[in-house]
Design a protein around this ligand. Sequence first.
Ligand code: PSU
Ligand code: MN
Length: 307
Amino acid sequence: MTGSITLQTTKEVADALGAGRPVVALESTIITHGMPWPGNRDMALEVEAAIRAEGAVPATIAVIDGHLHAGLSEDAITALAQASNVMKLSRADLAFAISERRTGATTVAATMMAAHLAGIHVFATGGIGGVHRGAEASFDISADLDELARTPVIVVSAGAKAILDIPKTLEALETRGVPVVAYGQDEMPAFWSRNSGLKAPLRLDDAQAIARLELTRRQLGGHGGMLIANPVPADDEIPSAEINRHIEAALASAQAQGIGGKAVTPFLLGEILSLTQGASLKTNIALVLNNARLAARIAVALAAASA
Ligand code: PSU
Ligand code: MN
């Protein structure tokens, strides 16, 4: 087999890419492994609508029956949101899902790869994967960090998920040369909470400034990705003291049940969902929507500056 991977795009995405109009990539692991049905489907469709309302086109990324898609129809999103046996695809698994004709949802790492292949420069998610607590023993460090180092896509997130070791995650990003930019505040956000107690490496206050930084990075050459850390809206946050209790409890259950590898992040998110009686999911959806709006504004600013 030779040639290149054919990306299946919706007409909306193909037209926008062809005309240089703003497009925002979206991941699908958050749909299949991050949230339960039917809230996951509602989230995915609301996020797409929020991106369109800001004047950009959403492109949800997934592998369906071996085909790599950039842009899914509402029916395809609904089917994926209810499907079982969907693989969780990181960089290590993306080609396997395609060659074995499988269906898989893309993590931050695999979504960045697909976005770059498609010519999409901006991607919105909830929180990136990073260095897990206890990584000095488990060696569990998300492939998202190396992908940020190598693939030139702007990732808009609410920081790294607070289930992780955020100080170590920031160190690992610095080592890899990944700019980490807090949006509109000095402190690094912590996913469900606005503050982490850690100063963010960089700060910018508007989408135009982020677009300017991106264009400058391109001029320097050899640039990889960049992480925009956008705090959850104040009305939707869970204070860190409160969420931290639940994170500790969830981590203890994961340890007791011997959860490892790819299952860790989905397990912890599920535990925290039940410990907070659904409040963590409401906050997760709010922060993804907030990130989608900012990502769309960055994509619009980049398209205007590149025209
Ligand atoms: N953001 C969310 N929920 C999620 C994720 C991100 O709000 O479930 C997913 C992303 O796909 C991210 C993955 O890449 O969690 C991290 O998984 P791991 O720790 O196994 O690398
Ligand atoms: Mn991992």
